[in-house]
Structures are given as C-alpha cells and as structure tokens.
Design a protein around this ligand. Structure first.
Ligand SMILES: C[S@@+](CC[C@H](N)C(=O)[O-])C[C@H]1O[C@@H](n2cnc3c(N)ncnc32)[C@H](O)[C@@H]1O
Length: 513
C-alpha cells in the first residue's frame, strides 16, 4: 500500500525469507547451539528475522524476543500476527528508547536489517541528537554524511550482552566511503569483528533497492590484535563463492574493505596516479536543475539577460559523442543547448539591472531557495565556480555496458561547464604546460584515458546493486596513471625527470611518507 518514495523515507525493505533464514542459522551457530536466546531486532518490520528464528530453534529456547518498529502501518499488523508468541513488539523509534540498564535485560542475539535512510533525509537537529546518542552509547563520532543505519548499529551497542552476537544486513558502501570510517573504527576497536559477507552486486538481494548489501557479524567482546576476520563474497551467506581470511592488522591499514574479499592484491604503491596529472572536481551541484538550467528558447522568450547564463553540457545520456566541438562563441555543438543561470550579483543589483531575471528568480525562490544546497550558499542562486574542463568523465556506469566501458572520458573543446553528473578533469601545472607546448598531448591523454582497463578504474570506485558503478573525484584520482604516461612519451620523460613535488605537493608528501 506504500509508494516507493514513502518506503525510501523510512528505509523499508523487507528481507527475503531465504536470506533471513540463512542469517538466523548462521547467527545461532555463532551463539552456540546450547545457549539460551535473548533476541532483539531494532527495526523489525513484519518480523522476517523473528519468523526465521522460530523456524530455526524451538520457541522454548527463546527467553526473550523484542522488536521495535517506527511505522504503525507495519507495526500493528505485525503485532497482531505475532500475538501468541513471546515477541514483545513496541511501536516506537528505536533511536529514542532508553536501553536496559541491567546486563540480564540486554540481548545476546541482535539481528537487524536497519533502515537505509540517506543523510539528506535526516534533518540537522535529528543528526545532532543521533550523533550525541551514539557517542554516549559507544564513544564513536558518526559523520553527518552517514546514513541512518550507521547510527542504528552504534546505538545498539548498549543493548547487547557481553559476548552477545550481532548480525547486520546493511549496505556494503560503509566499507569504502569516508562516512563509514566511524563504523569501521567501531568494528575494529569496540567489538570482535567475525565475518563480513558481501553479496555479489550482480545478484541483487533487494529487487527494489539499488544498494549492494553485506552481512556484518561481530561478538560483543573487546578485540584481540591477533585475530583474523573472514571476508566472503558472492553466492549465499552459507555457501559463499569466495572466502578468505584477513588479518586484523590489514583491516586497520586498508582504506577500502570491499576489495579485500575478492583480491589478494596488496598492490605496490602507485607512483603516479590521475590525481598527479589532474585536479578532479565534481561538476556543479545546482540545487535545482529544473530551475537553474534553461534552454536558449527560455532565455529568449523570457527576455532574460544572456550574460547571466553560461553554457552547460546536457547530461551524458544526451551526449552521444566522446568529443565535443565548439561554435565560434565557444558554445558546444550539440543538439541540446543548455544554459546555467550563473549570476554573481546580489538580489538588489538583480532588481536594479535585470528586472526580467528578478521576476524569474522570484517565481522560483520559494521552490528552491530553502533547499540544503541553496540555503548553504552566500546568496541562494550563486553557483559553484567550475570553469570549462578540457576532459570530463561520466562517473556513473554499468560494468556490463555495451561498449565494455562503464565510464566515458569526453574531450571538450567548448566553453561549457558541466553539472554533477560529470567529473571535471583540469590538467595540473606540469601537464598543462606540456599541453600548452603541444596541443596534441591533450588528445593523446584523452585517448589513453579511454583506453584504460575498465577494471583498473572500477576497483577504485564503489559498486551498487545491479552492477552500477560510481566514482568520487578522489577515487578517480587514485587510478594508476602509468598507462597514460606510457602512452604519451612526453609525459614519460616528464615523470622521469621531474620529482613528484612538481606534480603536486600532496603527491610529494605521499611519496615521502
Ligand atoms: C529495512 S526494513 C527491515 C524490516 C524487517 N526487519 C525485515 O528485515 O524484513 C527497516 C524497518 O525499520 C523501520 N524503521 C525505520 N526507522 C525506524 C526507527 N527509527 N525505529 C524503529 N524502526 C524503524 C522501517 O519502518 C522498516 O520497517
């Protein structure tokens, strides 16, 4: 009865029965076949895990079973359904409930598929409440960019009995992204991490959620420095396709954990990376494309001042070519000609100088000016500074793309900027100087970028369900630039003769350390 948008807001994705049963079977094995059970599911929904628990052990072994559900739409029928069992289901916000004070009232089997609510949907006051509560619960500082599931995991700490087992079905992205660092610190420092099983993104677990998922298992005991963690991948939790043991020390060092389950490659340090050649930035996040990006006709019919707009590329799906030519004014030669409202003068000045633009701004102000991006700007319609980039990268793509290339590099001769569906590659000084001397270098570098082995790029990024890959600017920057330097002999000479410090100070720092 719920729309996708409503379900997204509360992170409502039911765990498939077979997966719930695998999880319970595994959790019970970790707990020990003899132990009595105090079960907790902090985000119980209709009770898939409780159902699987009853399927796995006799009810007489369960001393207590507790579940929380925020949404009465699920909680009430669920309560009716499980009446007659010993499940105590509370319709409440788990994050607001006071945890038990006594050890005997805590739980030794905590299984959860927490709500996957992205940080954009958590208002600031709520974020700071959750931040303080998790800090109090386990001493971890969660970043404001973290999704709700990170708070759930850390808040649950004080609900667990000493030695209790927890199994969390959650998005695997925490293993690689910045905001996941706090969760990893928790798993390494506060508890004993036992196993992480990552499902193969090609075999999507939730038909309706574009995230790849993992099951994270730990015991509520302090960690020992010498222990190893099982990393498994693909297949099912009980019958993974790949399985390897990763020493605790490697986990401490590794910035990204997802590749640990699939590769032994402890890779030698890469001397030159794309970040040594390019400053890489995400394109403009306008805060409201419908409003800030307009067509030529809209400018003309609205009598809007042309100087308040500059060309912007359409999204990659409307750019079939990999090389964008420019007309005599520098506008891109494409079927779709778009312009970004990029006016850097105050409201007072707009009123005085551009009355038509002012009435356009006024019409849309109430729609966009209060959006997060717009309200965090000095003036709500000021755009980020993003000069035209000579090379752009389409950084969201599928590994099974028809042309075998999940990401495209586009050579841009125009003066168009680009929105945040692109990454913008600006040559750093050494490369820029080389290009100034010989324009053909830019073209050859671009060709070499498009010839990079897709795997070398993919392994730096992150992967979502259904084989959808994505790269952040720093991840693209991490890609090994050796093939580019090899393909462009002039760069090889530069790389040989020039110390990394001339590429950029950060690289020098990295190489020294
Ligand atoms: C990913 S679903 C999992 C449901 C069920 N445990 C399962 O595995 O099928 C997460 C559930 O958490 C509920 N939820 C969201 N925020 C919550 C909160 N603050 N406290 C308790 N439950 C919450 C959602 O309504 C949803 O039913």
């Amino acid at each position: 009865m719920k729309s996708q948008a409503e379900r997204n807001r509360l992170g409502q994705f039911a765990t498939p029965t077979s997966l719930a049963r695998d999880i319970l079977q595994f959790g019970i094995a970790l707990l020990g076949e003899e132990n009595r059970i105090r079960f907790l599911d902090p985000a119980i929904g209709t009770g898939s895990f409780f159902s699987a628990l009853l399927h796995t052990v006799p009810e007489s072994r369960i001393d207590a079973a507790k579940g929380f559900e925020l949404d009465a739409h699920y909680g009430e029928p669920s309560g009716d359904f499980w009446r007659g069992t010993n499940l105590n289901l509370e319709i409440a916000d788990f994050t607001q409930i006071k945890p038990p004070r006594e050890e005997a009232h805590r739980f030794n089997l905590l299984i959860c598929n927490p709500p996957y609510v992205r940080h954009h949907h958590i208002v600031n006051a709520e974020k700071s409440r959750l931040h303080d509560a998790t800090k109090a619960a386990c001493g971890i500082n969660i970043s404001g960019l973290a999704g709700l599931y990170c708070y759930f995991l850390s808040l649950s700490h004080i609900w667990m009995q000493q030695g209790g087992i927890a199994g969390w079905l959650m998005p695997s992205e925490f293993m690689d992204v910045n905001y996941g660092k706090a969760v990893k610190r928790y798993l390494l420092n506060k508890v004993t991490l036992l196993r992480i099983h990552r499902f193969d993104p090609q075999e999507v677990q939730f038909g309706d959620a574009l995230v790849s998922s993992a099951v994270v298992w730990f015991r509520n005991d302090p960690p020992s420095a010498s222990h190893n963690v099982d990393f498994t991948f693909g297949g099912s939790l009980l019958r993974p396709k790949i399985s390897r043991t990763v020493p605790f020390s490697v986990l401490h060092e590794a910035a990204k954990w997802t590749s640990l389950s699939i590769s032994d490659d402890q890779e030698a340090a890469v001397c030159h990376r794309l970040a040594d050649l390019f400053k890489i930035k995400r394109g403009v996040a306008t805060g409201g494309n419908k409003f800030f990006i307009v067509t030529k006709e809209q400018i003309e019919t609205g009598g809007l001042p042309r100087e308040a707009f500059r060309p912007i590329l359409p999204s990659p799906r409307h750019v079939a070519v990999d090389e964008i030519e420019a007309d005599k004014d520098g506008a891109p030669v494409l079927d779709r000609q778009l312009f970004l409202l990029d006016c850097r003068v105050s409201e007072e000045e707009v009123i005085a100088r551009y009355p038509t633009l002012w009435s356009y701004l006024e019409k849309c102000k109430h729609i966009v000016s209060e959006r997060y991006l717009c309200r965090s700007r000095k003036v709500w319609y000021f755009q980020e500074e993003r000069p035209p980039a000579p090379i752009l990268c389409t950084y969201i793509g599928r590994s099974d793309a028809k042309n075998g290339r999940p990401f495209r590099f586009i050579l841009n001769h125009s003066k168009a900027t680009a929105a945040n569906v692109y990454l913008l590659l600006y040559p750093k000084s050494v490369l820029a100087r080389a290009i100034d001397r010989d324009q053909s270098i830019l073209r050859r570098v671009w060709e070499a970028l498009n010839n990079l082995c897709p795997k070398a790029i993919l392994k730096e990024g992150r992967v979502y369900g259904g084989g959808l890959h994505k790269l952040e600017p720093n991840e693209l920057g991490n890609v090994d630039a050796t093939p580019i330097i090899k393909a462009v002999p002039e760069l090889k000479d530069l790389a040989k003769s020039i110390q990394p410090s001339l590429f950029d100070p950060e690289a020098a720092q990295r190489n020294v350390s």
